[in-house]
Design a protein around this ligand. Structure first.
Ligand SMILES: NC(=O)c1ccc[n+]([C@@H]2O[C@H](COP(=O)([O-])OP(=O)(O)OC[C@H]3O[C@@H](n4cnc5c(N)ncnc54)[C@H](OP(=O)(O)O)[C@@H]3O)[C@@H](O)[C@H]2O)c1
Length: 261
């Protein structure tokens, strides 16, 4: 690759000097995003509850020559979110990029949804991204650069396998991105959502136990297969980088065509 090409790609996509926080960065889509941002040059802090997966992620990234750190925390309560917000700035300072990928998928039938299911789902999937935005976006706006990236779901757009509160939380998340975009885009802080279809991760392991169902879902895409976490690597770098500075308030489907089939 010649120098001109390298310079062009660097200007568009390089994240060297940027700091990113990725919630849910220890598994599945979040881990793939954290890895991609780190390999593009960002110093990355991954957040989750489980220590072992966090340590494993950081070890993998540092072995690959990336800058990475972990914060163990629980985003299902406001005090937990506050503790995470305080802790994530310690390794590398204030974030330029916050990716909210942590999510839970508790889906009892509608009539059986109780307060715990509602509260936990809304807290992790919707409220934590909101509070992290409140915490970090004003500073991003002052510095003139920021990226809020949320991971939603096709269930923000259509009911699917007892969507219940999960679908409600993801619908709210995409609205949140639009509100954040309205609030801060003029000062260099964009807010966007990545919308997966069906991705093979631990989140939907139960469904993966049904091979016919998995094959049927793959057939509903145009590409002809279900998603894998690495499918989000490119879109995440795009949304985190200078290349996407005029893209804001958008829901970007990374789903092999699932949503338009
Ligand atoms: N897989 C799919 O087909 C699919 C489809 C549409 C949307 N999505 C969305 O994509 C995002 C990532 O899902 P995934 O499929 O990659 O799932 P995953 O592999 O299960 O990862 C979920 C991550 O969130 C963390 N997490 C869960 N609850 C948390 C809490 N209370 N506090 C802090 N961290 C928490 C988990 O770590 P700990 O458990 O250790 O805390 C883990 O790192 C989610 O928002 C999900 O809704 C996935």
């Amino acid at each position: 690759m010649n120098r001109a090409i390298q310079d062009h790609l660097r200007q568009l996509f390089c994240l060297d000097g940027r700091t990113a926080v990725v919630t849910g960065g220890s598994s599945g889509i979040g881990r793939a995003i954290a890895t991609s941002l780190a390999r593009a040059g960002a110093a990355v802090v991954v957040v989750a509850r489980g220590r072992a997966a966090l340590d494993d992620t950081v070890a993998e990234l540092t072995t690959a020559g990336c800058r990475a750190a972990a914060v163990q925390g629980d985003l299902s309560t406001r005090s937990g979110v506050r503790a995470v917000a305080d802790a994530v700035v310690e390794p590398f300072g204030e974030p330029d990029v916050v990716v909210s990928s942590a999510g839970v998928n508790l889906r009892p039938p509608m009539a059986e949804i109780d307060e715990t299911v509602w509260d936990t789902t809304m807290a992790v999937n919707l409220e934590a991204p909101f509070w992290l935005g409140q915490q970090f976006a004003p500073g991003m706006a002052e510095r003139g650069y920021g990226r809020l990236i949320h991971v939603s779901s096709q269930q923000a757009h259509r009911a699917f396998v007892t969507s219940g509160v999960y679908g409600v939380s993801k619908g709210g998340l995409e609205s949140l991105a639009r509100s954040q975009a309205e609030a801060w885009s003029a000062r260099g802080v964009t807010a966007n959502t990545l919308v997966p279809g069906f991705v093979l991760t631990p989140l939907n392991q139960r469904l993966q136990g049904d091979p016919e169902r998995v094959a049927a879902l793959a057939e509903r895409t145009f590409v002809g297969r279900n998603g894998v976490p690495d499918d989000f690597a490119g879109a995440a770098v795009f949304l985190a980088s200078a290349a996407s500075s005029y893209v804001t308030g958008q829901s970007i489907h990374v789903d092999g065509g699932f949503s338009v089939h």
